[in-house]
Design a protein around this ligand. Structure first.
Ligand code: SAH
Length: 219
């Protein structure tokens, strides 16, 4: 019973978050619908659960953070997924964005380098019934060649430059979203592959945790 009341309370808070995102200008109905359906509170540690539906970044353990919901919304809106795509996500983290992607795309491949985060995310995604997600523990700067090419690649951590594997593993017409810049501040870029050309669009100034790996910063 307590669980049911709690779920109801979170549902109300989630509705308010969706309205806030709409007020901020998020228009993509499939993105708003996914945010309305995914229980963000399950993906954050118990100590910060009461803040799960604020528009804030929150700590998720191992020195990592889950981005604020408006960033996720923006991120997903610029990708314009139709439900048919094969998507590569770098940096599973809490698994919250993975759960959103599972609703917005056909297949999701997600890589995380920190084992406890990956195990937790995998467990919660199972609980919420996402069955179209494959996980890998490892260095996401190498991509996941076995399942390439991808229609979209989302990098949830910041790099000094594009790791070459992402260009190799991006389908023609595919989109790569990646924060590029210094360790403390970056710009979120959207690259669209047109044959051998990469079209570039700057989306917003952002602050992400560093991408740590062979083709990015060292730990
Ligand atoms: N979008 C996530 C938050 C990601 S935080 C969410 O919804 O919770 C960024 C994540 O990228 C962290 O978990 C970090 O461990 C991971 N990461 C950093 N470098 C990585 C790499 N080379 N390969 C895979 N994951 C990496």
């Amino acid at each position: 019973m307590a669980g049911a009341i709690e779920a109801q309370e979170y549902r109300g808070a989630r509705r308010r978050l969706v309205s806030l995102l709409q007020d901020q200008g998020v228009r993509d109905l499939s993105v708003l619908h996914a945010i309305d359906e995914v229980p963000r509170h399950m993906f954050v540690p118990t100590a910060v659960r009461h803040r799960a539906y604020e528009d804030s970044a929150l700590p998720i353990g191992s020195g990592q953070t889950i981005s604020q919901p408006s960033i996720h919304a923006r991120y997903l809106e610029v990708l314009g997924l139709t439900g048919k795509e094969k998507v590569l996500e770098i940096g599973t983290g809490s698994g919250y964005q993975t759960a959103l992607l599972a609703k917005l795309a056909a297949q999701v491949f997600s890589i995380e380098r920190i084992a406890p985060l990956l195990e937790r995310a995998r467990d919660i995604l199972r609980q919420v019934g996402a069955s179209n997600v494959s996980f890998m523990l490892g260095d996401g700067t190498l991509g996941w060649s076995e399942f390439a090419p991808f229609d979209a690649i989302l990098v949830g951590a910041a790099a000094p430059e594009i790791p070459p594997a992402y260009i190799d593993q991006l389908a023609d017409g595919g989109r790569l979203l990646i924060p590029l810049g210094g360790r403390d501040e970056q710009t979120l870029h959207l690259f669209t592959r047109k044959g051998e050309i990469l079209e570039q669009k700057d989306i917003a100034p952002v602050r992400f945790v560093p991408l740590v790996g062979k083709h990015s910063w060292e730990s």
